[in-house]
Design a protein around this ligand. Sequence first.
Ligand code: AMP
Ligand code: MG
Length: 492
Amino acid sequence: MTVHFPFQNTYAALPASFFARVAPTPVAAPRLIKLNRPLAVHLGLDPDLLESPEGAEILAGKRVPEGADPIAMAYAGHQFGHFVPQLGDGRAILLGEVIDADGVRRDIQLKGSGPTPFSRRGDGRAALGPVLREYIVSEAMAALGIPTTRSLAAVITGENVMRETPLPGAVLTRIAASHIRVGTFQYFAARSDTEGVRRLADHVIARHYPHAADAERPYRALLEAVIARQADLVARWLLVGFIHGVMNTDNSSVAGETIDYGPCAFMDHYDPAKVFSSIDEMGRYAYANQPRIALWNLTRLAECLLPLLSDDKDKAIEEAQSILGEFAEQFASAYQTGLRSKIGLFTARDGDEALVQDLLDAMAKNQADFTLTFRRLSDAALDPDGDTEVRQLFAEPAAFDEWALRWRQRISGEPQTPAERQAAMRSVNPVFIPRNHRVEAVIEAAVNRDDFAPFEELLAVLAKPYQDQPDFAGYADPPEPHQCVLQTFCGT
Ligand code: AMP
Ligand code: MG
C-alpha cells in the first residue's frame, strides 16, 4: 500500500530565495494519536491509508511521500514590536500543496518535524502539550465558522524534547490556505528585494485574491483585500472571546486565517483588558487591543508594498494611508453587525451600539461569563423566565435587569417571533468553546498518563459548538475558582 498525496507545489517553484529545501528529520517511534478523517477526505486523501503504519511515518516526518517537495519557508517579522529580519520556519516543513474538494489549494505542513536552516538555537521540535492545544483550538475555531488553519493529524514521535523538563515530542500536521505571512513580505522588503516582494505579491494574488489580478491597480486591490479579511477575522475573534496571544507580524496570515496557536485562549468572564500569554507582559496583545494590532501589522504590510503602489514614494505613502484608513470602518462594521446578531437584533437602529456596549460594560463590571451570557440570552429571547439564568452570571444580578428592560423594548419593535429570534441567536452564540481549564486537563491526561480519551471527548463536544449536548453540559461551565487558568505558555 502506498499513501498517495496528489501534490501540486507552486510555492516550491518560486525563486530559491523564498525557502530552504530541507527534509523532515526521522523520529524513533512514531505513533499516530489522532487523524482528522473528515478533513483528510476533504483534502482528497485516503484516511485509512493515513492511519496505516506508512501513513503514520509520513505524518511523523519519518518518510517523505512521493510528489512532496519539502521546504522551510523564509520570513521575517516584528515580534512584540521588534523587527527580526530573519525568522522563517524553524520547526515546520511544508510538504506540498493539494487541491481540496472545494477547489481550494491547501498547504500540508508538518510542525515539529526537526531543524531547518531557520532554526537558530531551537531544536525544530514541538512538545505534545502545545500540539494538542493547537489541534483542539484550531478545530474548535473551524467549527465556530472562523477562518483558521486546520489540524489534520497529531503524532507522538517516541522521543523526548527538552524544555524546562523533558516532555514527549509530537508533530502536528497543519493545513492552511497558505503559510504566507505579513512577515514573508517583510523578509524581502527588509532586503530591498523589490522583485521578491513583487513575485510574492503576484503569487498571493493568484492564490488568494484572483479578482485583484483583473483590477485596474492589482497591488492596491491586494492590500485592500488583505485588510478586509483581517478586519473581518479580528471582529470574529472578538465576537467569541478569543485572544490570539502572539499577534506578531510573522503570525499574521495574508490569507486571513487564524494561524500559529501558541499561548492563545478564550476568555471566561468578560474583561476587555484580558491577557493570558505569559510572554505578553505589557498587554500588547490584550483582547480589546487586537483590532489596533491587526492594523499595526497591516501597516507593516503596506510599507512592504509601497514600491509596488507607485514609483513616486510620497504618492505611494499617501495611497497606502488612504487604504489603511478603511480598516477602522470595516472592523467596526463587522464587529457591530456581529454584536447586534448576538443580542438578537435583525435590524440596525440608532442606539443599538450603545445598547450592546452597556451590556458589555455591565458584564465587565460584574465578571459575567462572556459565552454563557450570550447563550443564555438566546433562550431568554424565547421565554423571559430565562432571565433568571442570565442574571445569575452577574455578580450583581440587578445590573442585568435594568438592561433587560431596554433590550425587550428594543426587540419588541421587530416583527420576528421569539422562536425565530432564539434560533438566530443560538446560531451565533456558541454554548461550547475550548475553555482553558478543559484544555489543560486534556493535556495533563495525555502527557502524564498517556490517556487520550479526554482529548477525544473534548474534540467531539467542540465539533458542534452551537448545539446543546445535554450529556456533556459540564463542558459549557466556566472554571471553578481553583480551576482558573491564569496564564498560557508559548508553543515552543
Ligand atoms: P512562534 O513563536 O511559534 O510563532 O515562532 C517564532 C519563530 O521561532 C519562528 O521562526 C519559529 O519557526 C521559531 N521557533 C519556534 N520554536 C522553535 C523550535 N523549537 N525550534 C526552532 N525554531 C523554533
Ligand atoms: Mg509563528
